[in-house]
Design a protein around this ligand. Structure first.
Ligand code: PGA
Length: 255
């Protein structure tokens, strides 16, 4: 695994007790045996995506891990009200960005073509892209998961040539926030398939596949033990700093 990542995706939420509680009490004091100053390298596979409005506050409290945005504009600059550009998130200290999350697709009508444009911008600007794909429940029940993913990947990746690293996040839509997940073995097989398709349609070698959708402390390790699962994208459970850190520690134990 060249650049696995365990990502906290806070979405449009803040930790219920606030950001400083999340970092200082839940993350740090619950794991006092770790020297956070010296062990920056221990957290090199941790990423946090707060709402961009709260990134500066988080960064002043957290001197480890990587910071990312939950989305970026497909445009570079100019009259695009509400958008935040790649350069702007870089300026704020983000090194990666989630793109194509199913909530962007559902609530903002993002298509695979739009995701592909965002992917190109990330690669051009040296932002590590975390490209989300996933099938709906009906597709899963009909046994169409692999076809749906193949279609998404072809549309997003077919014109991409890059030597940059990138991450694909496999997030079955029906698993997000539902408490349900596919089995770890199923996910492992799907991840192999994803890797094969990306490498057959695009000229990209350095790719990691992470899983997202109802990852919690109780199930995280079963996913991390699988060969093709290189990390996780975690929504609900990441709002609790202690749980997120526990999941991260489980991940590090499986490396
Ligand atoms: P969840 O969300 O962990 O709350 O299921 C995952 C995601 O949407 O990235």
């Amino acid at each position: 695994m060249s650049h696995p990542l365990v990502i906290a995706n806070w979405k449009m939420n803040l930790p219920s007790k606030g950001i400083s509680e999340w970092v200082l009490n839940e993350m740090i004091s619950s794991n006092e045996e770790k020297d956070f100053e010296e062990k920056t390298s221990f957290f090199k596979f941790m990423g946090v995506c707060p709402p961009i409005s709260h990134l500066s506050e988080l960064k002043t409290l957290m001197n480890f891990g990587h910071f990312g945005s939950q989305d970026i504009s497909r445009f570079q600059d100019g009259a695009k009200t509400g958008d935040i550009s790649a350069d702007m998130i870089i300026d704020r200290g983000c090194t990666f960005s989630i793109i194509g999350h199913s909530e962007r697709r559902e609530f903002h009508n993002e298509t695979n073509d739009v995701v592909s444009e965002k992917l190109k911008i990330c690669l051009e600007k040296n932002i590590l892209p975390v490209v989300c794909i996933g099938e709906c429940l009906e597709d899963y029940n009909n046994g169409d998961t692999l076809d749906v993913l193949e279609n998404q990947l072809k549309e997003i990746f077919s014109s991409i040539i890059s030597e940059n690293k990138l991450i694909v996040a496999y997030e079955p839509i029906w698993a997000i926030g539902s408490g349900k997940t596919p089995s770890a073995k199923e996910v492992n097989n799907i991840h192999q398939h994803i890797k094969d398709i990306v490498q057959s349609v695009a000229n990209i070698n350095d790719i990691n596949i992470i899983y997202g959708g109802s990852v919690k402390r109780e199930n995280a390790k079963t996913f991390f033990l699988e060969k093709n699962i290189d990390g996780a994208l975690i929504g609900g459970a990441s709002l609790n700093g202690r749980e997120f850190l526990d999941i991260y520690n489980d991940f590090m134990e499986t490396l």
